[in-house]
Design a binder for this molecule. Sequence first.
Ligand code: ADP
Ligand code: LRH
Length: 497
Amino acid sequence: TKSLKMMAVDFGASSGRAVIGHFDGERISVQEVHRFDNEPVQLGDRLHWDFLRLFHELKRGMTKAKLQLGRTPASIAVDTWGVDYGLVDPKGRLVSNPYHYRDLRTEKPMREALKRIPEKELYARTGIQSSSINTVYQLFADEELRLAQNDRGLRMLFMPDLFHYYLSGTMASEYTIASTSGMLDAARRDWSADVLDGLSIPSSLLNPIIMPGTPVGTVRQDIGAELSLEAMPVIAAAGHDTAAAVTSVPAGDAPYAFISSGTWSLMGIELAEPILTERSRQLLFSNEGGTEGNIRMLKNIMGLWLLQECRRTWALEGTELSFAELTEMAQHAPRNGSYVDAGDAVFLPPGNMPQRIREYCRSTGQAVPESRPEIVRCILESLAFKYRQTLDEIEELTGKRIEQIHMVGGGIQNRLLCRLTANVTGRTVVAGPVEATSIGNLMMQAKAHGEVGGLADIREVVRRSFPPEIYMPEDAAEWEERYRGYEQRLMLQKTED
Ligand code: ADP
Ligand code: LRH
């Protein structure tokens, strides 16, 4: 019998975690060995990753995994959120602490970049909606680098690739994470020379693209000695956390949409080829890269970030509330029928979120949610309504009816949100697994080891291993009417814009 014991490290915004995955050929089980904070650091006027501390946490995770297993894991792979990167000099030194995408330095440069290449053209090429977080705008904002045309010979590594580089000494650019950059040609699945040239982003920064599930090397000997590990392969599994999560969606035959629910909500479908139409651009869909070269056509929705930031603000005000307590609060909160557009970029930066939500409601002529329970209720209903709107748009773009919604990620622990999603969309919600990202990461490693076939086999394993929770839609008519109210209020706002 097979017994493959690997480790995955997932750098999420709400926390980082290291897990061991045990794949026996039929099922996979996952055990968390290390969880740590992954808060960005504001230094002066810039928001950064705390890369050195995180590399230390990665090593601690490796040590704990080895001690837990009593031997070196069969391999390791790192995934992180999209778009961010580090720059490495020719000696292999990190040039500076990487920026966090919620840093606002890119807003003005983004507008300048769009004067050079009209957004329509950029979208037709890359299939990525324009957002100030995109790597392409982060690099464009680095004027020094651009004007000097990278005369220092630096290399750009996306965060998972950067961790892999410092683990293994090998530089590579894994496809799924590169696909979040806004610099890939979506159809060719390779760097877009037109975009790079058009924005004078030096192509010497970039590494060749490798596909998910490719071994990149082994853990360096000095790290092996430091942590007393045997030789340990490093695999580029699916560097983008959302790509990893979607890989482990336990989809069956019914046409489905996924929602990867964590700090962000990423809602979309899988396609063989990207949709690069004017309509999909207007509707703000992105075409990111999936495992096996398929396309994740999805929308970035602010997600539970809205709740996370309220929680942080309330903690600063002296009230510590767990996510379970917050959800409980919302359960019994009065519904004041006010909503926010959970796709609006005003919610992107950190900072007093309750205030911004109140302000949004006020400026859209709605009743202002004053109490904490009302605010939480407003967030969760607004998310569910946004999912419904996105579902309608997906059906419009593809001309297909979606039968089911698969929700995965930490956010499914919020059962109220799962239930609201079923009710508002009128679709069955299949929720699970919670640790979809780590599971997708691990299964792509298993694939690299030759222990599992393609995506269909991976999903079969996930279905066998983690029974989902099912939410059937209820009170359809009532929710339909409320949705119409939401639509009216926010659409009304749109036509005024
Ligand atoms: P990320 O990978 O972006 O860090 P996760 O997938 O870990 O995100 O999901 C984090 C989110 O899950 C939190 O924002 C929180 O809203 C939700 N969550 C976590 N634990 C619970 C819980 N016990 N009850 C309700 N919601 C929870
Ligand atoms: C989710 C995610 C998402 C976006 C954002 C930056 O964690 O990766 O898919 O790329 O973070």
